[in-house]
Design a protein around this ligand. Sequence first.
Ligand SMILES: *[C@@H]1O[C@H](CO)[C@@H](O)[C@H](O)[C@H]1NC(C)=O
Ligand SMILES: *[C@@H]1O[C@H](CO)[C@@H](O)[C@H](O)[C@H]1NC(C)=O
Length: 331
Amino acid sequence: MLQVGDEPVYFSAVFLLVALGTRSAAGASLLTASLYVFMVMFRFPPVPADQAGRVLRPGAPSGGVPVVALRGGSCDAPENTVAAIREASRNGATGVQLDLSFTADGVPVLMHDETVDRTTNGSGPVSNLPLVQLKKLDAAARHRLKDKFSGEKVPTLQEAVEECIRHQLTIFFDVKGQADKAASVLHEMYKKFPVLYNSSIVSSFEPKVIYKMRQTDPDVVTALIHRPWRLSRFGDGSSRSPSTWGQLWTGFLDLLLDWAHHHILWKLCGVSAILVQKDFISLDYVQYWAERGVEVVGWIVNTAVEKEFYQHLLKIGYITDSLREDCDPHY
Ligand SMILES: *[C@@H]1O[C@H](CO)[C@@H](O)[C@H](O)[C@H]1NC(C)=O
Ligand SMILES: *[C@@H]1O[C@H](CO)[C@@H](O)[C@H](O)[C@H]1NC(C)=O
């Protein structure tokens, strides 16, 4: 690690790259200076470390690392349901990760996919169904334990939040898009249940969502989600683009995004954590972020061997599909 601190190094790198690219020292100076001013003027300071600590190191009952049930623990119960939240608590999770979505009539509910097809007995986009229709569906219909959980409904965001508070679970809100709407709905939720400031975190792949959230309510703890090569490759490693040029271009964008996440965006948004795909996490990586006051949380950690690694070696929290058994990986 260099001793001069991050910023002079990064701004020098930007200056050099622009100067080399444009062959203009004046242009490069101007651009670097603008970037610097932009950062100073528009970045959000992170929430106080003790507040972030309450959310990110809630203290597992067994004294272990925090364990967060993905979508409430999608292997142990129907994902994103109140039953899953209850089950996660019973199985010793310290928190749950929940996906925010909106019905046709604008009610915030929990749903991971854009459509209800994979998880319920209905079909079509969530955004086409008003709440009364959505509430008629069976959210356990496609789950391997559907008999045990039959009749489970898709919960509204508020129903889910209330259940989590009842069980003192940390909530990792996962926001996919619709930055303005999501930020305003979550802000209302924080106002209604102020305990959330100490017990939940808003996370997204989209820096725009996080930035908007902090703009709307700077007291909310936030995290960026990161998977290297996300734009060019699917989670299983296969290429998204059929053409070589497409692959090269999206690969280049991935490099840029990776650099931006690690050097600019985290600071601009003032995040307290970064949620990273498990294959890219090492002790050095955790250390890199620790030096910047940012916690790393790994996903999706689904086998006993991996969980041991997080518990005893990395000593960081992780997100898993199951608190009870090894599950198939998904991305
Ligand atoms: C889905 O299941 C619920 C509960 O069993 C039932 O009331 C509803 O009619 C079903 N909906 C569809 C579209 O099959
Ligand atoms: C968060 O926890 C701290 C320390 O226990 C407490 O002083 C503060 O009032 C809590 N904030 C909210 C909004 O509950």
